[in-house]
Design a binder for this molecule. Sequence first.
Ligand code: NAP
Length: 289
Amino acid sequence: MGLPEPPPSGASALPPGTFDGHVVLVTGGGTGLGKAIATEFARLGADIAIASRKPEHLDAGVKAIAGLGGRVHAVACDIRDPEAISAAFDDIERVLGLPQVLVNNAAANFPVPAEDMSPNAWRTVVDITLNGTFFCAREFARRHLAEGTPGSIINVGASYAWTGGPGFAHSAAAKAGVKNMVETLAVEWGPYGIQVNGLVPGLFPHDDMTADIKGNLDRTSEKDACQPAMRVGRVRELGWAATFLASPYARFISGHTLVVDGANWQRRTLTNPPVVTVREQMGKGPFQP
Ligand code: NAP
């Protein structure tokens, strides 16, 4: 049986217009989960800003939000570059106003045995996922501190921040940093009215997944049966969680990381299954130095 299906797309637990007059910036908001999160904010009245590198992703995000009748502005930005982030905020402020909500959703990832990981691969994933998240949060906070206005930051994480992530050493380490950052920044910026929370998706397959991640997922043929919920997440469920965390109804929640994964990360078996190395799981031969 598993956990019941959620209400249909278009439903919301929050009152209509909850984000009327608000600007919400979603990094990586043109694909996958970022697009789903942006969509739920737009349904509740927010003006949406999307920032990422590729024009085709920005166009897809604009199309999704505009299709709902929402105001949307897309800006090309590589979140590894603090100056590009500052310029993106200038552009968004000019067109829509200073965002009251920042969703740090953009990240990079691909599976690779740690011994095969190049220094460049390590640096790139950590630079985007950890450094980029901090640079965006810093820019957002500095602008709100200067204006004396409140705001809300949501950092999208991953549950291997707690457990480690075999096959994803770079991303797991970066996400552990992202989760830790939530706790530090929530305390530092609470006095200035800025909430900082984490949001951890479980398994949420979507059409925009990169070939590497999809290929990894496809190693399991039956995804639902591998989850305690007996189903994967529906992207709107993550969007609903994000809108709640940034809403007026969650103003006393800060420094928290909300996991939306049907209890998958707590999963343990009664008896340990045999260990299968990451190389074997990925169908790779013996290590070649
Ligand atoms: P995705 O579709 O691959 O999206 C990643 C987004 O990040 C893309 O829109 C990409 O846009 C943007 N991005 C990557 N590098 C960037 C950079 N340097 N500067 C600016 N933007 C950049 O991934 P997703 O599955 O939706 O995942 C979204 C978030 O959820 C990530 O933080 C991920 O770690 C987390 N997550 C997802 C799952 C899942 O099941 N899907 C599970 C756990 C955690 P451009 O290429 O245009 O830059």
